[in-house]
Design a binder for this molecule. Sequence first.
Ligand code: PMV
Length: 315
Amino acid sequence: MHQAKGESRAKIILIGEHAVVYGQPAIALPIKSIKLQVTVTPTQDHQQKIRSTFYRGLLADAQPPFTGLTKLISRLLVFFSAESQGFTLTIESALPAERGMGSSAACAIAIIRAFYAAFDTSLDRATLLNWAAVSEKAIHGNPSGLDAATTSADRPQWFIRGEAPKAIHFPSRGVLVIADTGEMGQTGAAVGHVADLLRRDHARFQPLIESIGLASRKAAVALAQDDLAALGKQLNTAQAALSQLGVSAPALDRLIQAAAAAGALGAKLTGSGQGGCMIALAQDSTSAATIAQALQRAGAAATWQYDFSESEAIS
Ligand code: PMV
């Protein structure tokens, strides 16, 4: 083993969250300017340590939500026959945690890449995503795999659970404004809430899952046709269904309304909801600046912008 680094990115789900868990399509994009980097450095003392903003200490003492990553790292060490290897694993992340930006999946992807690099082993995408499922399952219970697929990608992805993710075309015009409510989302709780609704009253809630799937398909057509107005409409349709599924929140609704009033073509929560981030679609950067200001006035803790022209760039 030698010192090595692994990288990944933040992700934003454009459309399809929650329904993607039940086999519906989703569209998500990596935000290449918001990065996460993991460095593994071998040590002689047999101690296995983590250094990050949220936890510093022995791997064996880590508490949830780190336990998913602990499990992943232990399995990687067994795979590389290095169970007693000492190391320090440093996580440097620009992603806010539990805000629907894929922080846990991004950590897993960068850790897997760092270990494969440290043991000079090549890594294909299917193997990478299978490894990421080890920690994502421990953290979320029933992850679709969308987060891992997107945080490891360099282009927007069309994703259906159980199928290989595909790159999807984005128009060169259009800007997404991303805003953080400042409130933690809880992916496990939100996914569990939707599962409960479906168990309790399938006939009532399954149509909402299907309407989100249909909105994702129509959004893909709008993207292919560079039709931002049609895309915005589908974002609103998905938000209405997500709200009826009980995964929106007052802070999200406030920001979504502020974006609409400031001229957004569409707006919705992104990620698991019940807190976390929202997105608003702007037709150009001037409108995006107006929307971002309105979101800040409405209480957004932070805003970011993603210009659709970035989607083809590979870094
Ligand atoms: O909140 P995040 O960024 O972990 O996104 C979760 C997306 C869901 O569709 C709600 C769950 C999943 O596994 O796809």
